[in-house]
Design a protein. Structure first.
Length: 116
């Protein structure tokens, strides 16, 4: 199971930190990711991190602003979002899988709204 939290309303330029608690079968996966989906847009992978060695991936749109991290002892994954822009507004989902192209487990979404 995956439980996401930390969304909210923030002004442009502000910060938010999303958290995702992993449990059960999701702990046997290789990679954790944060996706987002804005209204009328396709879901996109924002960032991902490997449980084992911490290798990360970022979408170009968030590089330099977002940081994904994990705490293996607590089975937690975080997404620190800085310098937020209105276009970052979306529902954010955490997911677990075996590769950036294959996510099998999904948490519920958490809404992030950035006002201009």
């Amino acid at each position: 199971q995956l439980q996401a939290s930390g969304g909210g309303l923030v002004q442009a330029g502000g910060s938010l930190r999303l958290s995702c608690a992993a449990s059960g079968r999701t702990l046997s996966t290789y990679i954790m990711g944060w996706f987002r989906q804005a209204p009328a847009k396709e879901r996109e992978l924002v960032a991902a991190i490997a449980w084992t060695d911490g290798t990360t991936y970022y979408a170009d749109s968030v590089k330099g602003r977002f940081t994904i991290s994990r705490d293996n002892a607590k089975n937690m994954v975080y997404l620190q979002m800085n310098k937020l822009k209105p276009e970052d507004t979306a529902i954010y989902y955490c997911a677990a899988g075996i590769a950036t192209s294959r996510f099998d487990y999904w948490g519920q979404g958490t809404q992030v709204t950035v006002s201009s």
